[in-house]
Design a protein around this ligand. Sequence first.
Ligand code: ASP
Length: 460
Amino acid sequence: MADQYKGYRGPARDVLKNFQAIVWSDVQITTLKGEFTGIILPRSETADDLHIVLKLRSGYNVGIAANSVTAVEITGHKEANYKIPEKEFPYDPKKPNVKLLGTGGTIASRLDYRTGAVIPAFTPGELYGSVPELADICNLDTEKLYGVFSENMGPEQWVGTAEAIGREIENGVQGIVIGHGTDTMHHTAACLSFMVQNSPVPIVMVGSQRSSDRPSSDAALNLIHSVKTAAESDIAEVLVCMFGPTSDEYGLLHRGTRVRKMHSSYRSTFRTIGDIPVAKVDRNAITPLRDDYNRRRKDKSVTINTAFEEKVSIVYYYPNMRPDIIDSLVDNNYRGIVIAGTGLGHVNKPLYPSLKRAHEKGVAVFMTVQTLWGYVQMYVYDTGRDIMELGVIPSANMLPEVAYVKLGWALGQTGDLEKVKDIMLNPVADEITEREPSNGYLIFQGGLDDVEEFISRIRK
Ligand code: ASP
């Protein structure tokens, strides 16, 4: 049967045939480079004919060069069913109405068995089919705004998402969930915090680090936590809801302007920086960790302000940076630059003339710190004072990515640089705080318990 070798041609197919293996065989493959154990995945018709693709036990896919295979031991056959059964989401008039707006990312993905790739796809029926608990919480309606991985989110999608949120609030939903890729979720969270102000309902961003075909996926739990927050919580802010500790004990709700992805692969990747998270959430309860949040209201009023200037850049300073980096932005008509400087907010001397030129040409230049925790303090060293003299404005403890997004938003409001400075330095959504709690650096950043457990394992 042709399907037994789905997508395999040439040398890769010959190897499978020689060892009597087929697609979905559970195998141990010996190669010149070592042994691999997993399931042979089907391949796309357009894929090369030199590799066998194996889904390893870890959940990762690996391509094995056909000409390196010396033996294949077949231990079983496990045909995966990646098609999510669709079930109609039940409606209960007593439950709150929540809208899930999808933008893409792993959370909205399932494995495409043809290609072995993760592709975005979701409907309320698919979600209910895979996470039936959602129906215990609310009536869920979904809308796919975009289907992109989050590196492809940008001003156009930020504006579209903010407008969609405005429409849903107008329609009277009790909460909004936004499915999003995790990589740039903090940029979008910051942007929505500026574009959507004074919301009467929670706006909860959610993603997953591992796709739902993997046993260790965080997709279902993050979804349950975020939908619960949107439906029931009193916190009417733009929040990011993701795994708290590395275990699946609870999720954390992070403020949209103080959150950052901090690990490329851990499920507990999001951290509140320079503060503590707003709340913990598990299947049973939402437990606020602070009380200075915007409360839920019954009205439908909200301020949506999506003006955005795209000619803004962020420059991550590195030793030996040359002035042409700044010059090229000025020469290409950039209107705003955020620098992520070293220490308290520094760059090297060779950049000074270019920074002065940028200022003279009317480019708004703001300083943030690479350390992420702590404030820009440009009065401490001569370097800082000199840089301020050139027209560079310190932006307190605003995170670099947040300052970048806010500068685009501020320049969208006005071309008057004094007003831009005013907007930048006056917090709209806690992007600048008066102080950073000394305990925030460790506590509730995934759980002190985790730290204890880690230390006790080392002590043994
Ligand atoms: N690359 C993906 C994205 O950000 C990863 C994820 O969804 O977690 O869209």
